[in-house]
Design a protein around this ligand. Structure first.
Ligand SMILES: Cc1cc2nc3c(=O)[nH]c(=O)nc-3n(C[C@H](O)[C@H](O)[C@H](O)COP(=O)(O)O)c2cc1C
Length: 194
């Protein structure tokens, strides 16, 4: 006799779904500090992402105040080089409002399949990090702007660009504003075959 599957109508499952669907990319943050222990727990959760061959290809860099200052300087320089001083200053000011910073890197590989799978694993790790924080009331934003490929950024972080690449610069903090978002209907993305 086949055993009935466990209930899919539990409060826990409903709440879990709400966390998954409710997480939003946050642009505006309160200046309330995020406890470092929570961030460390979120990084720990990130490392439990699936990763093929257990390569654990990720590294997580938590910059302190002095390093963030260097990143802000570089951000301003990059924008100034491309778009002029006014916009650069504006961007620096906007970035200086981000209360928390995390950089996630992935080990490079000469093997294309390994590289793709490692990047996939790192992406799953970033999602774990963001979801863990979200459940604790902390929003985040995953960015991949020009700075994340700039050699000067790697110098600031002390990361060897020939060995690792940046998967994302993640800002986090308690949301000042949580934007609305939408997704396609399930019927547009889910194909069921006989
Ligand atoms: C790999 C990756 C890179 C991203 N880079 C940026 C970025 O550089 N700038 C940005 O505004 N958003 C970036 N995002 C965030 C997306 O814009 C955001 O997830 C999307 O708008 C959906 O919003 P949601 O996260 O609230 O569902 C990135 C997301 C991913 C997965």
């Amino acid at each position: 006799m086949k055993k009935a599957p466990p209930s899919i109508e539990t409060q826990e499952l409903r709440e879990f779904g709400e966390v998954l669907r409710g997480r939003r990319t946050v642009n505006l943050y309160l200046q309330t500090p995020v406890p470092e222990e929570l961030v460390r727990d979120a990084v720990k959760a990130a490392t439990w992402a699936p990763n093929h061959h257990l390569t654990e290809p990720w590294r997580f860099v938590l910059p302190g105040e002095r390093t963030v200052e260097k990143i802000l300087d570089l951000c301003q320089r990059i924008v100034s080089e491309k778009k002029g001083a006014d916009l650069a200053l504006h961007k620096r000011e906007s970035w200086s409002q981000k209360p928390g910073w995390l950089i996630v890197t992935c080990r490079r590989s000469d093997d294309e399949l390994r590289q793709n799978e490692d990047y996939a694993a790192c992406s799953a790790a970033v999602q774990n990090f963001m979801l863990y924080l979200w459940k604790a009331g902390v929003g985040s934003k995953w960015t991949t702007g020009d700075i994340t490929r700039d050699p000067r950024f790697f110098e600031i972080l002390g990361v060897d660009q020939s060995e690792e690449f940046v998967v994302g610069l993640i800002w986090y903090g308690y949301p000042k504003l949580t934007p609305a978002q939408s997704r396609k209907e399930l019927s547009e993305v889910l194909i069921t075959l006989p």
